[in-house]
Design a protein around this ligand. Structure first.
Ligand code: AMP
Ligand code: MN
Ligand code: MN
Ligand code: MN
Length: 294
């Protein structure tokens, strides 16, 4: 421990490069192809970008190729959906080995599970909410990539059945809604075991978005760290410097590093802009140190 700073690990200079370590392409629920995402990143001055689609690394090679042309260092990443105490928890792997057999097996299993879930959501919305759920599900299952509930929300929006995607979650897709399908994701420990062998850095995504008490969130961080997790997303699009500082305190107390990310999906969502968020608070070690040479 450094004598001037009560934080385990080295003291690091503030990150002066603009980074974004959690983004989506059309290989899951983002709207842009990977190359277009990288172009946008370049235009916004992002020099280190991780593509972290839900349960797939399919877009990472395209992102890297685009990044080489545009001077954006692109890191292969993935966002895993896991279960912890009955909650869905998202874990981001960074510097992922793309051909890893375990990653491939995870992708195939999750794709099958998610496709079945989309079908079931469609059935329920058709029967219980009299919405064109079957037709929407059919359309979603014809497209390539990993289908998520956000696609369902977007389809409802395109048909003018809702005013914004959030409404679909509030009215139908979240717990208690007609289209809610309880889903058991692989246990957090299982996702972490996979990333320990296939990724350089393991990050707990958007900790402020889980519906957990303060104590439960601290326990989640402790369990995450215990099973090999490295960092917490601390600087996030839409959060103030104060919010980020509270997350940094949570990370520091759990012995975790910090990550900075937008969770960008769509240029039409101005409150989650690519590459724009509060600075990583002083005293927290940036997870980027694990990505040298990735
Ligand atoms: P899924 O992984 O299929 O459960 O879909 C969840 C995805 O929907 C997330 O990754 C977000 O991109 C998006 N989303 C947007 N708004 C919400 C919300 N209110 N609740 C849950 N997910 C949301
Ligand atoms: Mn998403
Ligand atoms: Mn997420
Ligand atoms: Mn995400």
């Amino acid at each position: 421990m450094h004598p001037l700073c009560p934080v385990a690990g080295p003291i690091l200079a503030p990150v002066d490069e603009r980074i974004d370590l959690h983004t989506h392409s059309h290989h899951s629920d983002g709207v842009l192809p990977p190359a277009a995402l990288v172009e946008l990143a370049a235009a916004r001055g992002v020099s280190l970008l991780a593509l972290t689609d839900h349960d797939t690394v399919a877009g990472c090679a395209e992102a890297r190729a685009a990044g080489e042309k545009l001077g954006v260092r692109c890191i292969a990443g993935i966002e895993l959906s896991c279960g912890w105490r009955g909650q869905s928890i998202h874990v981001v792997g960074l510097g992922v080995e793309e051909g890893h057999a375990g990653i491939d097996a995870w992708h195939r299993a999750m794709l099958a599970r998610r496709r079945e879930r989309i079908r079931e959501i469609g059935e329920r919305l058709e029967r219980k909410a009299k919405l064109p759920g079957r037709e929407i599900a059919q359309g979603l299952l014809e497209r390539e990539g990993v289908p998520t509930r956000l696609h369902f929300a977007q389809a409802l929006l395109e048909r003018g059945l809702i005013g914004e995607t959030q409404e679909a979650f509030d009215r139908w897709l979240n717990g208690g809604g007609a289209g809610h399908v309880p889903t058991e994701w692989p246990a957090l420990a299982e996702g972490l075991a996979l990333l320990r062998e296939s990724a350089r850095a393991i990050v707990l995504a958007h900790p402020h978005r889980y519906r957990l008490s303060g104590g439960a969130l601290r326990q989640l961080c402790a369990d995450f760290r215990e099973d090999g997790g490295h960092a917490l997303e601390v600087s996030l699009a839409g959060l103030s410097q104060g919010d980020s500082e509270r997350l940094a305190t949570l990370a520091l107390r759990a012995g975790l590093e910090g990550s900075a990310a937008s969770d960008f999906h769509d240029p039409a969502t101005p409150w989650r802009p690519l590459g724009r968020f509060a600075k990583l608070p002083a005293g927290i070690a940036p997870v980027t140190d694990r990505l040298r040479g990735a």
